[in-house]
Design a protein. Structure first.
Length: 441
């Protein structure tokens, strides 16, 4: 007898069932519409997903209005705006999904009415919602001037006095990665928009731009501890509105990444991403940007290495000011002790980042790995740059070191100056080899 497959089954009976759409919408409203997310941010997501260039938010005592350009809302959506949340098999546009969630979020405050106008000038469609969970909605034609889409919410006076809406500052903190410029009460609150559009073109950054993800990466601060495994930090946003930060392992190097997309897999509250297939695609996009960033930083390190060595020697007596209880100060903090120390803080932070990247060299492209081996990551006791390859080829495979510079001695330039003391020795052991010996002038 041939055994049956484990997934074989026996047909018993076929049937069908009906979903109570009103009850389903109530559940979605409570658990998916963004429990604590201000509705203004949900509208900004919808506008960004629609490809808007400008978003206008206006609040009066009893009314809130949001308007934006970009793609309009389809007749199908306006006839039943919550169908997309119950059945997404037909691939509803993202801006309509966001709009449905925003409408449900607004309905939690029990407004007097909600009106959605959408369409080209003179050919608008108007959706009126009043007690939508009881099926009271009406679609009609309208005409007006202005933006393509406009949503107006009105509350009874007594209720409006109890509703807390987001202010401009709380919105601004969440929309750094918005593609569209945002106006609140006629004033732009998108101070970061132009800076964000320049992402990847600024010093020390590289652009993310693959698989529907866009943003920027920059080196993450790496401590002097050679044994510490540093995870990359992610600042994600969903269609221009930030969601919960996270960490991830980047095979290339430790980076801080700001990434915006409409393709995140989201949890029920729409406030945090899930580590699904889209998350893996994001990692691939960030990996590609990290390789570009590493090439740039390697080039900068190589070009500045000799100057950095000269600064280390000239500022040798003041190098303690670079550290605060063993922690390398930020360039801003170090600059308070002099411009030269501020420049050194920049160079040393980049050096530590590249050392950490060199420890991951097994997962780097061969060309990049070879570049890192030739990049100066250490300095001699007389300030001369030294690469991992140079130190690995020392006579008898022994690396000589000292913790202090040799200012009055014309000794071998290959003796490594361990600026970070014992931690530098650990870096040497991990990057070059275990055979270290202290040298004396």
């Amino acid at each position: 007898m041939t055994p049956s497959k484990p997934d074989d089954g026996i047909f018993v009976e076929a049937g069908s069932f009906r979903i109570d759409s009103a009850r389903a919408i109530e559940k979605i409203r409570d658990f998916q519409a963004g429990t604590d997310l201000p509705p203004e941010l949900l509208w900004i997501r919808a506008a960004n997903a629609a490809g808007a260039e400008g978003i206008r938010l206006k609040r009066t005592l009893r009314e809130f209005t949001v308007s934006f350009d970009g793609a309009g809302f389809s007749r199908r959506f306006l006839e039943d705006p919550f169908l997309c949340l119950l059945d997404d098999r037909e691939g509803w546009p993202r801006h309509e999904l966001h709009c449905a969630r925003a409408l449900l979020r607004e309905l939690r405050e029990k407004p007097e009415f909600i009106t959605v106008l959408s369409g080209t000038e003179g050919l608008d469609r108007r959706l009126s919602l009043t007690g939508v969970l009881r099926g009271q909605r009406r679609l009609s034609k309208a005409s007006r001037d202005g933006d393509l889409n406009e949503i107006r919410i009105r509350w009874p006076l007594w209720r409006s006095l109890r509703i807390a809406r987001a202010d401009s500052e709380s919105i601004e903190r969440r929309v750094e990665q918005s593609r569209a410029e945002i106006f609140f009460e006629g004033k732009s609150i998108s101070a970061e928009i132009e800076e964000y559009r320049r992402a990847g073109r600024r010093y020390g950054e590289a652009a993310v731009g693959k698989f529907g993800f866009r943003g920027r990466v920059r080196p993450l601060e790496v401590s002097g501890n050679a044994a510490e495994r540093v995870r990359s930090v992610l600042h994600p946003s969903l269609d221009g509105v930030s969601i919960e930060d996270g960490e991830f392992d980047n095979a290339r190097a430790a980076v801080e990444a700001w990434v915006d997309s409409g393709r995140w897999g989201m949890n029920a509250s729409q406030e945090a991403f899930t580590e699904d297939e889209s998350f893996e695609r994001m990692r691939e996009a960030v990996d590609a940007a990290t390789v570009s960033l590493m090439r740039r930083e390697i080039r900068t390190q190589t070009n500045r290495a000799a100057r950095t060595g000269g600064l280390l020697i000239s500022q040798a007596a003041r190098l303690n000011a670079l550290f605060d209880n063993g922690r390398l100060r930020t360039p801003e903090e170090a600059s308070g002790h002099g411009e030269a120390l501020g420049a050194l803080a920049v160079d040393l932070r980049r050096t530590l980042w590249l050392r950490d990247a060199a420890l991951r060299a097994g997962r780097l492209p061969k060309v990049l790995k070879a570049l890192l081996e030739r990049t100066p990551l250490f300095w001699s006791v007389r300030g001369f740059p030294a690469s991992v390859r140079f130190l690995s080829r020392r006579a008898e495979n022994v690396v000589l070191f000292d913790d202090s510079p040799w200012l009055d001695c014309r000794a071998d330039a290959g003796i490594v100056w361990c600026l970070f003391g014992p931690e530098d020795r650990r870096w040497l052991m991990r990057l070059v080899g275990p055979r270290l010996r202290r040298a004396r002038p």
